[in-house]
Design a protein around this ligand. Structure first.
Ligand code: UFG
Length: 337
């Protein structure tokens, strides 16, 4: 099969590209390199000894995107193209709505024009909102999102679902990611955020490598066992392998299916820091700061549906995630630069 990864050169896309190639699939990547690097795809090619058809293109550009669809004729699209910084989305909501909704509409229009019926979408646990107590189950009604980024995910889910209602031959798989961390075990590809990291693990690794003085833990007065927030961290290679199963499911079925990708195991911010220090034998200086607006005390998945529907279950441990995140960072202190 040929899979088009829209926004495929980023952290998640590069690991999916690797897993797909290792599984014998053909991979096409479209990316504008806004928050990603062609170097990631070059390394994927080097690691697999295979070639990726790489297009430097913005998925909101319909003319260019249609030309790629016509030339490549993908069997399935994995839609990862979008802006993803929560704080930035609060400051620049219009840019987030314009970009993220536009990529989705453009992909759907190009799929309709060229007869591609299958799309796997990179959604987020954020769509459960604060109304739903963990563990989050796919049957729960979606909640209110705390920021425009989250709303774009929620809206994009709706758009994709509506498209599959209108076209009975379409297949949509909405994957709700929990917290992907870690890196490929080779340490050749990994997460490479621009500027100050928003997310916990890249911040921890940058403190460990000496790029930042200390981590600030956002609040230790939550109603959780150690007072810090609980999340469902999933190894990026487990997440990538979940996509292989999701693509198979997508091409074999019709309609819309919503599936959580997590481990189902909650860990606190302090669990992450302590495990990281222990498995890597390195100190991560930290201080306790105030809560960050919009953070929920506990977000983790009910993962039974992924196992039942996809036959997939995350295999890697928190220690694996911490070891592989550090392996990537220490071997690439400046990321891909
Ligand atoms: N945290 C810190 N210090 C930091 C960064 C994070 O203490 O410097 C804490 C946060 O308060 C939170 C936990 O670490 O308790 C995880 O924070 P992340 O920013 O890594 O992840 P979030 O759970 O906030 O957000 C993630 C994704 C979003 C998605 C959301 C959905 O990054 O894209 O899950 O639940 F919307």
């Amino acid at each position: 099969m040929k899979i088009l990864l829209a926004g495929g050169a980023g952290y998640i896309g590069s690991h999916i590209a690797l897993a797909l190639l290792e599984n014998g699939q053909d991979v096409v990547v479209m990316d504008n390199f806004d928050n990603s690097s062609p170097e990631a795809i070059m390394r994927v090619e080097e690691m697999t000894g295979q070639t990726v058809s790489l297009y430097e293109a913005d998925v909101t550009n319909k003319k260019v995107t249609l030309a790629v669809f016509k030339k490549e004729k993908p069997d399935c699209v994995i839609h990862l193209a979008g802006l993803k910084a929560v704080g930035e989305s609060i400051e620049q909501p219009i840019r987030y709505y314009r970009n993220n909704i536009d990529t989705t509409l453009t992909l759907l229009e190009c799929m309709a024009k060229t007869g591609c019926k299958n799309i796997v979408f990179s959604s987020s646990a954020t769509v459960y909102g604060e109304e739903n107590a963990a563990p989050c189950h796919e049957k729960m009604p979606k909640g209110k999102c705390s920021n425009p980024y989250g709303w774009t995910k929620s809206m994009m889910e709706q758009i994709l679902q509506d498209a599959s209602v209108a076209d009975k031959d379409m297949s949509v798989v909405l994957l709700r990611y929990f917290n992907p961390i870690g890196a490929h075990e080779s340490g050749r590809i990994g997460e490479n955020p621009r500027g100050i990291p928003n997310n916990l693990m890249p911040y921890v690794t940058q403190v460990a490598v000496g790029k930042r003085d200390k981590l600030t833990i956002f609040g230790d007065d939550y109603d959780t066992p150690d007072g810090t927030c609980l999340r469902d961290y999933i190894h990026i290679m487990d997440l990538a392998e979940g996509h292989l199963k999701a693509v198979d499911f997508c091409v074999e079925n019709k309609g819309t299916e919503i599936i959580n990708l997590g481990t189902g195991q909650p860990y606190s911010v302090l669990d992450i820091v302590k495990t990281f220090e222990k498995v890597n034998n390195i100190q991560v200086p930290y201080e306790i700061g105030p809560r960050r607006g919009g953070d929920l005390p506990a977000v983790y998945a009910d993962v039974s549906k992924a196992e039942k529907v996809l036959g997939w279950k995350a295999k890697r441990t928190l220690a694996d995630m911490c070891r592989d995140s550090w392996n990537w960072q220490k071997n690439n202190p400046e990321g891909y630069e």
